[in-house]
Design a binder for this molecule. Structure first.
Ligand code: AHR
Length: 492
């Protein structure tokens, strides 16, 4: 059987400009994310540039990563940044008390900023509130950004970087309601105000990000106590989700995972309402600086390593559709975590490196970065699912995003057919524009939604491309089951 659907693409109605940072990433000193996944050291037999492995750099760069968050995560609130600068042999070896490993501090601020430079990502540094101080974080900003002749600017020059790095995004702590100090919202608001006051004074160009919660009550109490809303540029929330085993899930669990992930839509709505209310006309961005699937198999002794199936990738596409719809409010989102941890885009095993199905989703959504998010109206079948509270619900079989890139004169349409067995025939109608030039189409699918890429079979799940013929403003797409289709066409 083939499902029938219609997709109306409104070229005359937009959801706002898609901040490229919605396609951001996140790395932490956890498991094999940085150690092995990114950093192997200059002496390694794995080909590297100043200790950063070349294969990871090249693969990550190809995604056009707009922004990269570091050093955590929970690790951020026990990281003392001065441990990670200067000659490596003199850097202290510390206990990473959050993830129960030792930290040699060989990958520190300069190495992180070099990785950003090589891959084109804008750095986003998360400071230490839980076990740090405003003074310590100010010194870090001074080291990264100050252009004068101060102690930390001299130190940076001494370590080989006379020019300031100009790091714009700074997080004031991470999950401060939990691993970042177990604060109540009132206490964290006072701490945040103190940090932000001095950081802003030192460098008014900083974009400051407070760490919020997914519950309305926590954020409300934080914003009420903060008072000085002028000190807040963005508020962040995190959303992780899971349903069943990483690879041996049931068909029902496949569908149910979508609803768990799509909770992010309600998270954004709840938080955005508060930010609009408290901002009183001043725009405060909403950041989802950790998100992704977290399977029960990802545990700390294994550094939160998990398998990445086609299911995870297709669900991520639906989350990206939510972000694109909220383009006017969401200023950044960071998938957790880039290499070897949770929903990574890259996996490594010694000298071997390969790409996960989620990598390909990010690659197929790349043309949306910086484009205008267009309104999409969908009429399609639904499947029966259980919502996270266990109640019956329904899930539309299709999810889509569309955008128009003015400069490139290009239209991008990404459509997921979530149905496990039925292809969907979609009548696409463009409202408000004439014809389409010759474009390209890619399809990401696999025989089984449980398939993963592995070292010995790195291309089990990869997209296939084909030309898309020029045509009119109405056409039909046939979407295979459990697939993502991306269409990139010039507008004429
Ligand atoms: O990404 C793993 C952990 O999840 C992060 O360290 C923390 O912020 C979150 O709870």
């Amino acid at each position: 059987m083939t499902g029938q659907a219609t997709l109306t693409l409104r070229l005359d109605d937009s959801w706002g400009l898609i901040n490229p940072n919605l396609y951001g990433h996140f790395i932490e000193h956890l498991g094999r994310c940085i150690e092995e996944g990114i950093w192997v050291g200059p002496e390694s037999s794995i080909p590297n540039t100043e200790g950063l492995r070349n294969d990871t750099v090249a693969a990550f760069k190809a995604l056009n990563p707009p922004v990269l968050r570091w050093p955590g995560g929970c690790f951020a609130d026990l990281y003392h940044w001065e441990d990670g600068i200067g000659p490596r042999e003199r850097r202290p070896r510390r206990v990473n008390a959050w993830w129960y490993k030792e930290e040699d501090n060989h990958f520190g601020t300069d190495e992180f900023l070099q990785f950003c430079r090589l891959t084109g990502a804008e750095p986003y540094i998360c400071g230490n509130v839980g076990s740090g101080s405003p003074r310590e974080m100010m010194n870090w900003v001074e080291y990264c950004n100050y252009g004068g002749d101060s102690h930390y600017a001299r130190l940076r020059a001494q370590y080989g970087h006379p020019e300031p790095y100009g790091v714009k995004y700074w997080g004031v702590g991470n999950e401060n309601w939990g691993c970042g100090g177990a604060y109540d919202p009132e206490c964290y608001a006072r701490e945040y105000r103190r940090y932000a006051l001095y950081l802003r004074r030192l460098d008014p160009s900083l974009q400051l990000i407070a760490c919020g919660h997914t519950t309305r009550d926590w954020n409300l109490r934080f914003l009420e106590t903060l008072g000085r809303l002028d000190l807040l540029d963005h508020l962040s929330i995190h959303r992780y989700y899971g349903c069943g085993h990483e690879t041996e899930f049931t068909d029902q669990e496949y569908y149910d995972l979508y609803l768990r992930a799509l909770q992010v839509d309600a998270d954004i709505r709840r938080t955005e309402e508060l930010l609009s209310f408290f901002g009183q006309g001043r725009f405060i961005g909403l950041v989802v600086d950790e998100w992704g699937v977290w399977h029960p198999q990802a545990k700390n002794p294994d550094g939160l390593y998990q398998q990445n199936t086609l299911r995870d990738a297709l669900v991520a596409a639906s989350v990206l559709d939510v972000f694109n719809r909220w383009a006017a409010k969401v200023t950044m989102a960071n998938l957790a975590q880039t290499v070897n941890v949770l929903q990574c885009v890259i996996q490594t095993e010694g000298a071997k490196m390969w790409l996960t199905p989620t990598y390909h989703v990010f690659s197929l959504y790349r043309p949306h970065q910086g484009a205008t998010s267009l309104r999409v109206d969908l009429e399609c079948d639904s499947v029966a699912v259980r919502n996270p509270e266990g109640r019956e619900a329904s899930l539309p079989v299709l999810s889509a995003s569309a955008s128009r890139h003015g400069e490139r004169g290009e239209l991008t349409l990404t459509v997921t057919n979530r149905h496990l067995t039925e292809p969907q025939e979609v009548a696409v109608r463009l409202r408000g524009e004439a014809a389409l030039g010759e474009g390209r189409q890619w399809v990401l699918t696999a025989e089984d939604v449980r398939m993963v890429n592995r070292a010995e079979q790195p291309e089990a799940v990869v997209p296939t491309g084909s030309p898309f013929p020029p045509g009119k403003a109405e056409f039909t797409l046939v979407l295979p089951p459990k697939s993502l289709t991306t269409l990139v066409v010039p507008l004429r």
